[in-house]
Structure formats: structure tokens, C-alpha cells
Design a protein. Structure first.
Length: 387
């Protein structure tokens, strides 16, 4: 049998094996565009979140607008979750191409197909690890943060290759007109193309809606998929890590507790809780915006960080490392850049919602400031190290 005979037979076998006309270039193109937009959104907001938490010298994250991070990270998690049905639908639509024959035509095509491995594996890893993290589940031996970050770069690199390779096919598939609503013939029971796309996008939209409720207050009752309700917990909002979980109960309750201000200052200072209470207090409504997507705005009251810096005689451009009584854990310390340190609403809070802070919300004092990721709003603060 000659080569063309083999190709024809394989094609015929494929057509029998994958009879659905939903395995179609146009559907693949539409899903691909939606998925590309969702992944690009996740990538931009995700890289931003890393820059904020580990800023390189050139990066300056401002304290205003106070709720900006809440929006960018809310969008990150919503776009990630909305991409899940798009990703699986797209993979199902195109998987017969795995069995194409010959497997590749020329070097460029080979490269394009090889790039599918990091694209598919990376995309699946990102949605899986992101979803696991949102649910506080870490079923792998490596750190979530680093893995999610580096795999994002690999996936986006592969996506750029893929978009470049599929540009022409996609345009051609979209330019082709047929009535997408027509039934596909007597042999084609089930969904037509429009119905299929509609179902996929509706699933995606519902997932987004049910997730959005964890940060968009009017949608709160729809937060069916959110693993925690932002408004459930002591003093009416969620707790990620309890004082017991962090191992700080005794240290936080110790009457000998002192807040220390040290480092590059003229006068290192120590304050008891009562001394902090007698200092000028300032109030601010600020959100906690967790990297995992939930957020809640609360009314905080406490001592301005800049007042403490002035008392200690720190310079105007001082930056701070805030340290917790907690000894382990990824949120035990945080950086406060000079703009955040000088913002009038960056506080060491003693109260929330008109009450003394609950132990689980960071008693005796927690850092709270505008436009910061939740993980940088350190609880059970023990020390401000000025740099
Ligand atoms: N010391 C310490 N501070 C911490 C944390 C922590 O685990 N330890 N978790 C952080 C994270 S990830 C978030 S989202 C907020 C949650 O604040 P809440 O528990 O008061 O709602 O606190 C932050 N501060
Ligand atoms: Mo968080």
C-alpha cells in the first residue's frame, strides 16, 4: 500500500471515530479566543500580584486607589475559574487532532505541535493549582507561589507560539459563514454548534458569578462556590489562619507584650498595649483582599504607622519590615514601602468594627493599609524594623 492510501485510511478511520461535527475549527477558534483572553487576564493580574509582593527596585506599588488590588486579584480568580469550562471544552473539541496523520508536516509544524505540550500541561496545572490554593489545599510537595508563577510564564510563552501558529487558521475559520443554528443533519443528534458554545459560555459565566460573590457584596448570596464566606467569622468576617493555628495564643495574650520600633531610627521605641491605646487613634474603612480572591471591607481603628515613624525619628523615605509574633508561615512578615508607610490610612489597628480586635484577627495589633494584598496585612504584629 502506498503513502496516500495510508493517509486516506487513517482519515476515514478518524471520521468514524469522532463523528461529532462539534470537532470543528470554528468552534475551536471561538473557544480559543475566549480562553486566550481569560489566560492573558490571569497572567497580567497574576504577575502584578507577584510584583507587589516581591517588588524589584523599579516597581512602585501605590497605596491609592485603596481598593485596586481587591479588583485586580478578584478579576484574577474569577477569570481563572471561568477559564476551566472553556479549557475542557476546547480540549474536547480539538483532541481528535492528536490522531492526525501524518503527525506533522515540516519543521514549523513540528515546533507548533511540540509547543502544545507545555500549553496544555501548563494550562491544566494553572487551573488545578489555583483552584486547590483557593480551597487551601496543597496536594503537592513544592510551594504554590513559585510553581504557579513560573508555570504561568511557560504557559504564556507556549500560548504566544500557539496564537502565532493558528492566526491564519483562526481567521479563516471565523470568516467562514454557515448558519450556526442549523441542525447538523439527521445523523447528528444532540447539540448543534450554537447550543454547544452557548452551554460552555453559560457554564463559564455561572462559575464566574458564583465566585464573584466572595468579593462583590451584592452577589454575596450567590457565592456558592467560594470555600469561605467573607462575612462569616469572628466580628463578622473570615479568618484564614487562627491564632491557635499560628501558635501565637500565649504570646498575643501575654501582658508583657511590647510593640518594638527599631532599625534605622534615632530612638528605638517599645510600647505596651495601654500605651498604644493612649496614642492618637485614627479610623479608616479598608478592605482585606486575599490573594485567593475573597475580600471584605471593615472599619479599622488604631495608630498611624507614620506617627510611630515620626516618634522614633525615622527618615521621610523609611521603609519597614513588619514582623509578627508568629514564627513560621508565609505571612509572618511583610514589607511596607515608603509610600504605604507614609499613607494616612496605614495603621496598626487595635480595633475593628468598634470592638477590640479578636485574637483571630490579630490581637493585640495588626497592620492594615490601603491597596495591599491580604497576605501583607500582618496579624499579631510584634516589631517594625525600619530600613
Ligand atoms: N501573622 C500572620 N498574618 C496574616 C496571616 C497569617 O497567616 N499570619 N494571613 C494573612 C492573609 S493570607 C490574609 S488574607 C489576612 C486575613 O485576615 P483575617 O484573618 O483577619 O481575615 O491576614 C493576613 N495576615
Ligand atoms: Mo490571604
Amino acid at each position: 500500500m502506498d503513502g496516500t492510501g495510508v493517509v486516506a485510511r487513517v482519515r476515514a478511520a478518524r471520521a468514524r471515530a469522532f463523528p461529532s461535527r462539534l470537532h470543528d475549527d470554528r468552534i475551536a477558534a471561538i473557544l480559543g479566543i475566549a480562553l486566550g483572553v481569560a489566560f492573558a487576564t490571569c497572567f497580567v493580574t497574576g504577575v502584578l500580584s507577584y510584583l507587589i509582593q516581591d517588588p524589584p527596585a523599579w516597581f512602585r506599588w501605590p497605596p491609592r486607589p485603596a481598593g485596586l488590588y481587591r479588583v485586580t486579584q478578584g478579576v484574577h480568580v474569577i477569570a481563572g475559574i471561568a477559564s476551566i469550562p472553556l479549557l475542557f471544552a476546547k480540549l474536547w473539541v480539538v483532541y481528535p487532532k492528536l490522531f492526525r496523520w501524518p503527525p506533522f508536516e515540516g519543521v514549523a509544524h513540528l515546533i507548533e505541535r511540540v509547543a502544545l505540550v507545555p500549553l496544555i500541561a501548563g494550562g491544566l496545572f494553572q487551573v488545578f493549582s489555583g483552584l486547590a490554593n483557593v480551597n487551601l489545599w496543597y496536594p503537592y510537595p513544592f510551594g504554590f507561589r513559585g510553581a504557579h508563577y513560573w508555570v504561568a510564564w511557560i504557559t504564556i510563552g507556549a500560548l504566544v507560539v500557539h496564537v502565532g501558529a493558528k492566526w491564519a487558521t483562526t481567521r479563516a475559520a471565523l470568516a467562514r459563514t454557515y448558519d450556526a443554528g442549523l441542525p447538523m443533519g439527521a445523523d447528528q443528534a444532540g447539540l448543534d454548534r450554537r447550543g454547544f458554545l452557548g452551554a460552555v459560555f453559560a457554564t463559564s459565566g455561572l462559575l464566574a458569578l458564583f465566585t464573584a460573590g466572595q468579593s462583590v457584596r451584592p452577589l454575596e448570596r450567590l457565592a456558592l462556590l467560594a470555600p469561605r464566606r467573607p462575612n462569616e467569622g469572628p466580628q463578622g468576617f473570615a479568618v484564614n489562619r487562627t491564632a491557635a493555628g499560628a501558635g501565637v495564643v500565649a504570646a498575643a495574650r501575654d501582658p508583657g507584650y511590647r510593640l518594638v520600633v527599631e532599625g534605622k531610627v534615632e530612638r528605638p521605641l517599645r510600647f505596651s498595649l495601654d500605651e498604644l491605646r493612649t496614642m492618637p487613634q485614627h479610623e479608616a474603612s479598608l478592605p482585606i483582599a486575599c490573594v485567593e480572591g475573597w475580600s471584605t471591607t471593615q472599619r479599622w481603628r488604631g495608630v498611624r504607622v507614620r506617627d510611630l515613624l515620626d516618634r522614633a525619628g525615622a527618615s521621610d523615605d523609611a521603609e519597614i519590615t513588619v514582623r509578627s509574633l508568629e514564627r513560621g508561615g508565609p505571612s509572618r512578615s511583610a514589607q511596607v514601602n515608603r509610600w504605604h508607610a507614609r499613607d494616612r490610612d496605614t495603621l496598626l489597628a487595635l480595633e475593628v468594627a468598634g470592638e477590640q480586635l479578636d485574637l483571630d484577627h490579630g490581637f493585640p495589633v495588626r497592620l492594615i493599609g490601603p491597596n495591599r494584598p491580604g497576605t501583607m496585612q500582618t496579624k499579631w504584629v510584634e516589631r517594625l524594623v525600619v530600613r
